[in-house]
Design a binder for this molecule. Structure first.
Ligand SMILES: C[S@@+](CC[C@H](N)C(=O)[O-])C[C@H]1O[C@@H](n2cnc3c(N)ncnc32)[C@H](O)[C@@H]1O
Length: 396
């Protein structure tokens, strides 16, 4: 039987052979943004206001080849960033990526890379305001040990951002993984051989085979890279979650669940909204049961992405007029194509701004309170800009 440390050695071997993600290095700054890696945008999403501090500490736990680390540095110019991983090859690419793109040039606080398993995060001094762990916990021999270790390093008022695999949308991946392992027999653990066997399976199967169709539909764009193919089909250690096991993991962290980062998927109305009878029945369910119902009715989800925080972190609401008037508004940091009436929002969705909304946003300077900017716009419309995350508000 393999022990936890031998499993970790296997995972390390996979990522030293196939560092992930395979995105090529570039001489340019990262294109666009991912709001989950912007402290202001993520905090605003979870808490409903701008955080009080910008000189924060960020931990990228399982940074791989540094795509996320580069964005974390870029989108949070005043943050100290520590990136850890168990693959020395991935870490060395991550370092090269960040130096080459120029993202470090205007970044005064320190950025460091360390070969360290996240289970040993206690070896790093101090706590972190934002911890990012994307695509990592499900590859640990014991994800509960991992999440507890990260939770211990979360500063009061901080956010832990996690991405783990979901069972239901990955059914075909599990089948292919098992098929490759069967064909490899004793060669299992030779990852290059696993990729070769897997590619042969896909090219031999009939074109109308369900696995082939699914691979073409969902994954072939990324899987032309051997690194992605290996990460998907020949992984030595993978746990896929469902809502029940996901919340067991979350509860073990001792932190509060602050929400999924894709709330649209978790709207039951989009699935059974046509039937008021079914909606009424669903109202009797707990929140977690409702989540389970949603994933059962729409089993397309391939991963869960969510935020956790300490229970002291409470959500701000802007219903009180006087409170709203005293807030300092600024344009959301992750808009694409701003300033323009037809920019894209933080999720790259098109926005159509009314003239009053546009003028208000143009006048937001991060210093003047809402009360002094109410020309051609009502408080209700300011609230709507905040709810749609086109502006963020500071209450301090
Ligand atoms: C699928 S990759 C994800 C990389 C990166 N987070 C991303 O999403 O682009 C998983 C990474 O986690 C790292 N990893 C696996 N187990 C780890 C552990 N116990 N501690 C730290 N990193 C680990 C692997 O070496 C690999 O680089």
């Amino acid at each position: 039987m393999s022990t936890d440390s031998s499993k970790q050695t296997e995972v390390q071997k996979l990522y030293n052979t196939y560092p992930f993600p395979p995105d090529p290095l570039s001489d340019e700054l990262p294109p666009g943004y991912n709001w989950r890696w912007s402290w202001n945008a993520a905090y605003n999403f979870c808490v409903g206001e701008k955080p009080t501090r910008q000189n924060i500490r960020i931990l990228d736990a399982g940074c791989g080849t540094g795509v996320s680390t580069e964005y974390l540095i870029y989108l949070n110019p005043l943050a100290e960033v520590v990136a850890i991983d168990i693959s020395s090859n991935a870490l060395s690419i991550a370092q090269k990526r960040c130096s080459r793109s120029g993202v470090l040039k205007n970044h005064q606080p320190s950025v460091s890379f360390k070969e360290l398993p996240l289970e040993k995060a206690d070896q790093i001094e101090g706590k972190f305001d934002l911890i990012n762990s994307v695509g990592v916990l499900h590859h640990l021999p014991d994800p509960i040990i991992g999440i507890k270790s990260l939770a211990q390093k979360l500063a009061p008022g901080g956010l832990l951002h996690i991405f783990v695999y979901a069972q239901l949308g990955r059914w075909e991946i599990q089948l292919v993984q098992e098929a490759i392992a069967l064909m490899q027999g004793k060669r299992k653990g030779d990852y290059q051989d696993g990729v070769a066997v897997g590619r042969q399976i896909f090219s031999s199967l009939p074109e109308n085979n369900r696995l082939v169709k699914r691979e073409k539909e969902r994954w072939s764009l990324e899987n032309h890279w051997d690194q992605s193919f290996a990460d998907m089909y020949v992984h030595p250690q993978e746990v896929d979650y469902n809502i029940t096991t996901l919340f067991e993991l979350i509860d073990a962290s001792g932190l509060e669940f602050l929400g999924f980062s894709n709330p649209q998927y978790w709207q039951l109305e989009r699935l059974i909204g046509k039937s008021s009878q079914l909606m009424e029945l669903a109202e009797k369910l707990s929140q977690r049961e409702r989540y389970r119902l949603i994933e059962l009715l729409d089993p397309s989800l391939t991963h869960y992405e969510f935020f956790l925080g300490h229970s002291s972190l409470s959500r701000v609401n802007w219903l009180d007029d006087e409170y709203l008037k005293s807030a300092i508004p600024e344009v959301h940091p992750c808009l694409h194509g701003w300033p323009s009436y037809g920019c894209l929002d933080y999720e790259y969705r098109p926005v159509d701004l009314l003239e009053g909304e546009y003028n208000f946003m143009q006048s937001c300077n991060g210093k003047t309170p809402v009360a002094e900017l109410l020309k051609g716009i009502t408080l209700e419309e300011v609230r709507s800009l905040q709810e749609r995350q086109l502006i963020i508000l500071a209450s301090h």
